[in-house]
Design a protein around this ligand. Structure first.
Ligand code: B12
Ligand code: SF4
Length: 480
């Protein structure tokens, strides 16, 4: 079969758009199918804009079209499905967290999709393709939703976890416009043992799975990327395993790529982990601190207190790793008010964190949070597009939705204020002067380190302003 895969993107720019980071789901599935003898091509809008004319032409040739969406990109995914259906009768299959968990997931079948695959696609997708090729019945394929004689049929759900070691790493050369200089996304584990009320990861992947450290490092060696982003929700959930990956990178690679990952702040307690992270040229650590409001931390079941977080940050500071920390925060919990985002910005500044993102709490489909807000009749927007962490889509408890959205942008602007940007710039200049005076040899590397905070702060401000502009119309509606 000739299969094309499509993943639409959320509006750009966003905080990480210069990195062209993509999810690995669809590229993994299509790499596996390519290895099984199918011809495949991938259009990932985060990497390259989708030219609708080219898509129409390609769709005419395709035997099957696979579309992956998040909530924020789902409507665009449906638009593309409709465009494709104008050109071809070939089946359109949709997958990803939105269609897996949204209550109205079946709707997609009336807007261009022929099949919906819920949850993990590794076993179900090839089974579906085989059944389509052989014109066999579909009733035995678990997690599949489809139309049968005009009626929607949802097959039984199975949550049997796939073994990541049984499937290939994605081959990103299948992605149109992909460049080897882009950060290589790598999934070394799947799932998260925590149960935060606003997150859908534990609903998508209830059980933790790991790839072997050897296979991870083997893959890095094979591809030879300049930098790697470990997409795992927590790259260091098993500290020993993640230390093994880092040690193997040092032992087996001629040139260790720079890398970024998502981790919990508690990694700072492990001196050896930090040492290895530094030696392997860790570029950034995305840490979901989530809140500086102690009550909100309890409310979301984060499983860590503010005192613990501050303790971890002082360990990062002591070991000169604070520059790698990218803090992620959310405002809008029932204990938050219109001052929370501003307090967050002040706290992050005081702690010396170089870059932060403060999100508006998003009631993602399938989460406990959404369930609660639905029951309490507090949802203001049902458009999945608005669930992108920049718009207030529900009635908060201690402020208006308008105040919530406005306060988050105020907090972000305070963090990236002119004063803070100038301070970062002076720090950069002072660092360079100090290195020059001390006649430090690795000047090039140190220039980058000295000015990292400066670049991050000026860039951050630019992005905040453009996202704020994009969400202005929505904000106006909230005021009415
Ligand atoms: C890497 C990542 C990012 C990257 C890149 C995102 C991008 N360009 O799309 C960055 C850091 C930029 C990012 C940002 C955001 N992200 Co993000 N991100 C992730 C993360 C951590 C890993 C994604 C991944 O590769 N997963 C591993 C692969 C294997 O899983 P998968 O893609 O879901 O694929 C499997 C199945 O879904 C299925 N499948 C998927 N597609 C298809 C298609 C077909 C046809 C079939 C059959 C099956 C199938 O099979 C796959 C294999 O089993 C996930 C969490 C997670 N663990 O998934 C969150 C996640 C996807 N992000 C999420 C969100 C909300 C965001 C943000 C909006 C910010 C926010 N508030 O958190 C932003 C904006 C995104 C943007 N602009 O595009 C949510 C999405 C929930 C939802 N319902 O939409 C997730 C699930 C995390 C969460 N909080 O719950 N993100
Ligand atoms: S927010 Fe992070 S820690 Fe909490 S359940 Fe989701 S992935 Fe795990």
């Amino acid at each position: 079969m000739y299969i094309i895969g499509i993943e639409p993107a959320l509006p750009k720019p966003h905080y990480l758009s210069n990195l062209h980071l993509i999810r690995v789901g669809l590229p993994s599935l299509l790499t596996d199918l390519r290895n099984k003898g199918h011809q495949v091509k991938l259009f990932m809008e985060e990497v390259q804009d989708i030219d609708e004319e080219e898509l129409r032409k390609e769709a005419k040739k395709a035997d099957l079209i696979a579309i992956s969406t998040l909530s924020g990109t789902h409507p665009r995914g449906l638009d593309l499905a409709r465009i494709i259906k104008e050109e071809t009768d070939s089946p359109v299959v949709m997958g990803g967290p939105h269609v897996s968990l949204a209550k109205d997931r079946q709707e997609a079948l009336h807007h261009g999709a022929d099949y919906i695959v819920r949850f993990e696609g590794e076993t179900v997708f090839p089974e579906l393709i085989k059944a389509i090729e052989r014109k066999e019945g579909l009733e035995k394929i678990e997690n599949l939703i489809y139309l049968e004689n005009g009626a929607v049929r949802e097959n039984p759900v199975s949550r049997k976890p796939v073994d990541l070691n049984d499937y290939p790493f994605p081959d990103f050369s299948l992605v149109e416009g992909w460049r080897n200089s882009y950060m290589l996304p790598m999934e070394t584990s799947r799932g998260c043992p925590y149960r935060c009320t606003f997150c859908c990861v534990h609903k998508m992947f209830p059980e933790m799975r790991f790839r072997s450290p050897e296979s991870v490092v083997e893959e890095i060696k094979r591809v030879g990327p300049k930098s790697v982003f470990f997409v795992d929700d927590n790259f260091a959930i098993d500290m020993e395993r993640s230390k093994k990956i880092l040690s193997l990178m040092l032992q087996k690679l001629d040139k260790v790529p720079r890398w970024g990952a998502q981790v919990r702040a508690s990694v700072a307690k492990d001196e050896e982990w930090l040492r290895l992270a530094k030696l392997t040229r860790c570029q950034f650590l995305c840490i979901g601190f989530e809140s500086v409001n102690a009550d909100s931390l309890k409310e979301m079941h984060k499983g860590q207190s503010l005192e613990e977080i501050e303790g971890h940050l002082s360990l990062f500071r002591e070991r000169r790793m604070l520059g790698a920390v990218h803090g992620s925060f959310v405002s809008g919990f029932d204990s938050d008010d219109k001052h929370t985002a501003l307090k967050t910005a002040d706290w992050a500044r005081k702690q010396g964190i170089h870059s932060v993102q403060i999100w508006v709490l998003a009631p993602l489909p399938g989460t406990e949070l959404r369930e609660k807000l639905e029951k309490q009749n507090r949802l203001l927007s049902l458009d999945p597009r608005d669930c992108d962490g920049t718009r207030a889509t529900f009635q908060p408890a201690k402020m208006s939705a308008f105040e919530l959205q406005k306060s988050v942008f105020k907090g972000m602007k305070r963090f990236y204020s002119l004063k803070n940007r100038l301070l970062a710039t002076f720090k950069g200049i002072a660092g360079v002067a100090r290195d020059y005076a001390l006649d430090v040899s690795e000047t090039k590397e140190l220039w980058r380190e000295n000015f990292k905070e400066t670049v991050v702060k000026w860039y951050g401000r630019k992005i905040v302003k453009s996202i704020e502009k994009r969400t202005k119309e929505y904000l106006k509606k909230l005021k009415i």
